[in-house]
Design a protein around this ligand. Structure first.
Ligand code: ASP
Length: 451
């Protein structure tokens, strides 16, 4: 059996076993949420130590080396401009398509109609605690203006060390792009430095290839923990229609929209490509984090998916930070669901606001578990302001209740939307490989030496 096939089989076995163990062994009947959380904590801890921490540790140096090399080895500023422009256009187009699909599905299927009173009441009660538990991750205060400001501050950082220490990946990427441009500007003097960065990058990739073998155990523990704490029963309750609409949208985006884009612009068989990316997808599913998955995404895209080192070095790290198709789609559905559940009638202008702010919120969401849940608050605030402007007598949708309503099933949706986020990044890298192929030797160091 080939090594990648063996790894895939082991990882899938980890996912299936994780679901079974989580559902049948970790959920003792009659236990309270606090007791279940306590009983399952050990699984999360093992998953963190075996997989999440090593990957998170390696993500930062990997982003630094791959983006710096991506820029420095493309070398020609006209080509770089084209690559940058096409990358941003791809990200925005696919995110707008995703959020539009989410809004269309939620507006027509109406998953929030007929939510029972007791579900709304318990959402109101539990909401505040949930809101506090997620809002430590990102501070969404300030609504849409605040979200733009945060993105702008990250795009133009003022302190490289702080950006690295706080894991502000967008800032780190900006710094690496500027460094790469500086290296291009000094021509052959940059060669020793680029060679050193290249060596470090290859060393990190070698480490990633070892960490890959921890995936079956890590994914198993994380899935068991997720299913154990959340409970599959939640998926079948009053929120079932909401879960189904999100899943329907995510499946369509992953199996139709992205493959369509890849076939059209990348001219490769999209399903074969997604199949080759298979180690990265269960990893995204298990960890619910694009950033923790990034090392695996880079390794798989480059070594198996036929993506060039240049395109993947740039498109994947940036994508893990800003390109979140799954999150944009989910946010569109989630916000409409919340308003429907609490009896609000939304109109065309509000749907349009949701499409636009869901795209912005997905750009601003961190590639970590529940990163997209917390940024839905930006969209709710935007819709609340349009409601207040049109009809000041109507009370705004209470944030805590809205979050409390979708919280019980959010981890499951997070696992699936993260898979779609990672697929979107990988498809982008494959399409943009056409604009930034590797050189004839497929080895930037040798290529520069031969130049
Ligand atoms: N967990 C997602 C990711 O890392 C973000 C989200 O919560 O939507 O891509």
């Amino acid at each position: 059996m080939k090594k990648t096939t063996l790894l895939t089989v082991l990882i899938l076995a980890g996912v299936v076993l994780g679901v079974l163990v989580g559902h049948f062994l970790l959920r003792s009947p009659g236990a309270s949420a606090a007791e279940i959380a306590q009983d399952t904590a050990v699984w999360k801890t093992i998953g963190e130590f075996v997989l999440m921490r090593p990957l998170k540790l390696i993500a930062l140096p990997l982003i630094v080396t791959s983006v710096t090399l991506g820029i420095a080895t493309v070398g020609d500023s006209r080509r770089l401009g084209l690559l940058g422009g096409a990358t941003v256009a791809y990200y925005l187009a696919t995110m707008v398509l995703a959020s539009t699909l989410g809004v269309l599905l939620a507006a027509t299927i109406r998953p929030g109609a007929g939510i029972p009173d007791d579900v709304r009441r318990s959402a109101l009660e539990a909401g505040q605690a949930h809101l506090q538990s997620v809002s430590g991750v990102v501070t969404p205060e300030g609504g849409v203006g605040g979200a733009w400001m945060t993105i702008l501050q990250q795009l133009i950082p003022d302190n490289a060390l702080r950006a690295a220490v706080n894991l502000e990946f967008l800032s780190v990427i900006t710094i690496c792009i500027v460094t790469g441009l500086g290296l291009i500007a000094i021509g052959s003097k940059a060669k020793p430095f680029i060679d050193a960065v290249e060596a470090l990058h290859e060393a990190l990739m070698a480490i990633v290839r070892v960490i890959l073998w921890a995936m079956p155990v890590g994914v198993f523990c994380l899935v068991a923990w997720s299913v154990g704490t959340m409970g599959l029963g939640n998926l079948a309750g009053a929120l079932a229609k909401y879960v189904l609409v999100v899943m329907l949208g995510l499946s369509f985006h992953m199996l139709v929209t992205l493959p369509g884009a890849l076939a059209l612009f990348g001219r490769v068989n999209p399903y074969r490509f997604l199949w080759r990316m298979r180690p990265a997808l269960p990893m995204a599913f298990g960890t619910a984090s694009s950033v923790a998955t990034l090392p695996v995404t880079i390794e798989t895209a480059r070594d198996h998916g036929g993506c060039s080192r240049r395109a993947s070095g740039l498109v994947l790290p940036l994508g893990a930070t800003v390109n979140m198709d799954g999150t944009a789609l989910y946010q569109g559905v989630a916000v409409i669901f919340m308003f429907q559940a609490f009896g609000y009638d939304l109109h065309f202008a509000q749907y349009l606001t949701i499409v636009l702010t869901a795209t912005l919120a997905a750009v601003g969401a961190a590639g970590i578990p529940a990163g997209g849940l917390v940024t839905t608050i930006i969209i709710i605030s935007a819709v609340n302001s349009t409601i207040a402007a049109n009809n000041p007598d109507i009370d705004p949708l209470p944030l805590a209740a809205a979050i409390g309503l979708i919280f019980p099933v959010d981890r499951a949706l997070d696992m699936v939307r993260t898979m779609v986020n990672v697929s979107g990044d990988a498809v982008g890298a494959r399409i943009l490989t056409r604009l930034a192929p590797d050189g004839p030797t497929d080895d930037p160091v040798r290529e520069r030496a031969l130049a």
